[in-house]
Design a protein around this ligand. Structure first.
Ligand code: UDP
Ligand code: MG
Length: 335
C-alpha cells in the first residue's frame, strides 16, 4: 500500500448538516493538488446521521476513511486519533463546519514545500460569530500567552498543516486533557502561519457551548502553566498579611480599650472574604489535582468502535466499493 502525501483529518460531532458539503469542497481542493491524499473523518460519537453519511461516502470513495469512536471523547482527542492513524507525509487538520476554508490548504502545502514543518492558519478576521465568542476568544489567547512560557501564537486554532516529523513527535506526547495546538507549539520545529478569514459556520450549531469552552480554557492553561498556583500563593500571602495587621488592631482594642463588643459587621466581612479566597484557591488546586488523577488512571485516550477504508483500501483498485472493518479495537496511545 503506497502512502499518501497528504492526510486530511476532520473531526466531526453531530455534523449531518455540513458533512457532505464539507467533503465536496475538500474534494475539489484536493483533486486540484496533483498529490496523492487521504481524507480521514473522525466521528466523535455523533448521535445523528453523520456516521451513516460518512459510511456512504466511504463506499464510493476509497480515499475517504472513517475512524468511529465508541462515544464522544472530545474535539482535541478526535484530532489526536486522526493524527495517530494518518499516514501522509504532511497532515492537515481542519474543522468540518467550513469555518476553516479548504481553499487555504494549497497555500499551507506551498509553505511546507518551502521547508516549514508546521503551517498554522491564523485568523485575520472572524465572520458570523457572536460578539461574546469573539471577545472571550481574543481575551483567552492573550491571557494564555501571558501565563505560559511556550510561545503559542494568538488567534490560531487547530487548522494547520504538520509535517510527518511533527506528527511522529506528537504521538509521543501522551497527556490527557490535551490542548493540541499548544503541544505543537511546545514541540518547536520550524513554524509559520498563513492568514485566513474565518468564515461563518456553513450549517448547524457550534459544538462548543460555554461550559465546554471554559473546560477547554482550563485545559489549555493547566497544561502549560502552573502560574495560577503561584497566584494562589501570592493571594494567600497578601491576604494573611492583611489579616495579621488587623489582628494587631484587635489585640490593641482588647487590651487597651473597652470597645471590643461592637464590630459584628467587620467580623462578617472578614470571614466571608477569607472563606471566599480559601475556596477559590482550593478550586484552583482542585483543577490541577483532577488532571493529575486523570493521568494517574492511565486509561486509553480514546476507544475506536470501527475503522473504514484503512488497511485494504488500495489493494482493490478496480472496484471502488471498499469497506474494510478492522476486527480488533485500537488503543494506539495505551501502549
Ligand atoms: N467537534 C468534535 N467533538 C466535540 C466537539 C466538536 O469532534 O466534542 C468537532 C466539530 O464537529 C467541528 C470541530 O470539532 O468539526 C469544531 O467544532 P465547532 O465548529 O462546533 O467549534 P467552534 O468553531 O464553534 O469553536
Ligand atoms: Mg466551528
Amino acid at each position: 500500500m503506497t502512502k499518501p502525501v497528504i492526510s486530511i483529518v476532520v473531526p466531526v460531532y453531530n455534523e449531518e448538516a455540513v458533512i457532505y458539503e464539507s467533503y465536496a469542497r475538500l474534494k475539489v481542493v484536493l483533486d486540484g493538488l496533483n498529490e496523492s491524499y487521504e481524507l480521514i473523518f473522525v466521528n466523535d460519537g455523533s448521535a445523528d446521521a453523520t456516521p451513516a453519511i460518512i459510511h456512504s461516502i466511504c463506499e464510493r470513495d476509497a480515499s475517504v476513511r472513517l475512524i468511529d469512536f465508541a462515544r464522544n471523547f472530545g474535539h482535541q482527542t478526535a484530532i489526536t486519533a486522526g493524527m495517530d492513524y494518518a499516514s501522509g507525509e504532511a497532515v492537515v487538520v481542519i474543522d468540518a463546519d467550513l469555518q476553516d476554508p479548504p481553499e487555504v490548504i494549497p497555500e499551507m502545502i506551498a509553505k511546507w514545500r518551502e521547508g516549514f514543518d508546521v503551517v498554522y492558519g491564523q485568523r485575520a478576521k472572524r465572520k458570523g460569530e457572536t460578539l461574546f465568542k469573539r471577545f472571550t476568544s481574543a481575551a483567552f489567547y492573550r491571557v494564555l500567552q501571558k501565563l505560559t512560557d511556550v510561545d503559542i501564537p494568538v488567534d490560531t486554532g487547530d487548522f494547520r498543516l504538520i509535517d510527518r516529523k511533527v506528527c511522529d513527535a506528537l504521538k509521543r506526547v501522551k497527556e490527557r486533557n490535551r490542548y493540541v495546538r499548544g503541544i505543537i507549539s511546545w514541540l518547536g520545529f520550524r513554524q509559520t502561519g498563513v492568514e485566513f478569514v474565518r468564515e461563518k459556520r456553513f450549517a448547524g450549531e457550534t459544538k462548543y457551548p460555554l461550559k465546554k469552552m471554559l473546560r477547554f480554557a482550563f485545559d489549555a492553561i493547566t497544561s502549560f502553566s502552573y502560574k495560577p498556583l503561584k497566584v494562589a500563593t501570592y493571594v494567600g500571602v497578601t491576604v494573611s498579611l492583611g489579616g495579621f495587621s488587623y489582628l494587631l488592631v484587635v489585640l490593641y482594642l482588647k487590651l487597651f480599650t473597652d470597645s471590643t463588643v461592637t464590630g459584628w459587621a467587620s467580623m462578617m466581612a472578614v470571614n466571608l472574604f477569607f472563606n471566599g479566597v480559601v475556596l477559590m484557591i482550593l478550586g484552583i488546586i482542585g483543577e490541577y489535582i483532577g488532571r493529575i488523577y486523570d493521568e494517574a488512571k492511565g486509561r486509553p485516550l480514546y476507544v475506536v468502535r470501527e475503522t473504514l477504508n484503512f488497511a485494504r483500501a488500495e489493494v482493490q483498485p478496480a472496484k471502488p466499493v471498499l469497506v474494510s472493518k478492522d476486527e480488533d479495537q485500537h488503543y494506539p496511545l495505551a501502549a
